[in-house]
Design a protein around this ligand. Structure first.
Ligand SMILES: [Zn+2]
Length: 306
């Protein structure tokens, strides 16, 4: 009895001393920079959506310590997949108006499925329109390509395009030219750099399994091809060759998780719009993420219920 008591207090003491130095190191580590990850804003011309986006961007611009830049994780607007030209334009107008008023930080944009125009419209003339497909979102965000990379101190960021056309809907995967670009991009990055990868749809995530309300009748989990990269085995095999890939950030699911798989931390970062502007979604309040990136390759996430 006494021996067990001793062992219990000994293990508590060991636990206490083992966590203290870690906390000390984290606080004293040099913080290089901070990024706010705002995803799934789904803005539309309604007061609640416009004011919500306003508040989220205002909060992200006034963090303490300040954020160095913003990553827009995609689905900036409510939906362009099956919206007329007029309705799509109205949504982009709100997006641009709020950004201009509330944002002073550089924004790195990632394309979401709902940012793409016309895939679910039936009018034949839409496909011939110069704004069809991803042309409109590229123009709005002033992006020269749908996937790209950038650097900040000793970190290399890669922004991917998760969303490909699939029989009038979409599927989560990288197309062949993009995968070839990614392979080549990873080859050229200095091994001393830390890598962070952004995709609208998660590459690895538990949230994707929790999106449906229930499993199949036989108990199988239901994960749609639109909710998790269907080519993730191929991407994970590629990532295994690069020990300096630290983390992957995504949105799309409107839920939040953090999953470590083969040494990489995958963060799914909720939604600024919560349940598409009707409150929390499956218990997750409208939120965005703040990431602190350190010189030594560590990363910390904090979720902000703005
Ligand atoms: Zn999405």
């Amino acid at each position: 009895m006494q021996r067990r008591k001793f062992l219990q207090s000994a293990s508590i003491a060991t636990f206490a001393t083992s966590i203290a130095p870690v906390a000390f190191t984290m606080d004293n580590k040099q913080k290089f920079f901070r990024a706010a990850f705002l995803s799934d804003v789904h803005v539309k011309p309604t007061t609640i959506a416009e004011e919500g986006m306003r508040k989220a961007y205002k909060t992200a611009n006034n963090l303490n310590p300040k954020a160095d830049f913003i990553i827009n994780g995609g689905d900036a607007i409510m939906d362009a997949l099956k919206a007329t030209k007029e309705k799509t334009q109205l949504q982009w107008d709100v997006w641009n108006k709020v950004l201009q008023a509330e944002n002073k930080l550089p924004v790195y944009n990632c394309i979401g499925n709902h940012d793409i125009w016309g895939w679910q419209m039936t009018e034949p003339e839409i496909e011939a329109d110069a704004l069809y497909d991803k042309a409109w979102v590229l123009q709005q965000h002033k992006m020269s390509n749908r996937f790209y990379s950038f650097e900040k101190h000793n970190w290399h960021f890669i922004v991917l395009d998760s969303v490909q056309e699939n029989n009038g809907g979409y599927i989560a995967r990288l197309d062949e030219p993009q995968f070839a670009w990614l392979e080549n991009e990873l080859k050229t990055i200095d091994a001393a750099k830390h890598i962070c990868i952004v995709s609208h749809i998660p590459i690895v995530s538990f949230c994707s399994a929790m999106f449906a309300d229930k499993n199949e009748a036989n108990g199988d989990w239901r994960i749609s091809r639109a909710l998790l990269h269907v080519d993730n085995r191929r991407i994970i095999d590629l990532f295994k060759q690069y020990k300096n890939i630290v983390c992957c950030l995504s949105g799309h699911i409107h839920l939040q998780d953090s999953v470590e798989y083969f040494g990489i931390q995958y963060y799914c970062n909720g939604a600024v719009s919560g349940d598409w502007w009707s409150g929390p979604f499956k218990g997750f309040a409208p939120a965005f993420a703040v990431f602190d990136f350190y010189e030594d390759g560590t990363v910390k996430r904090e979720m902000i219920n703005y």
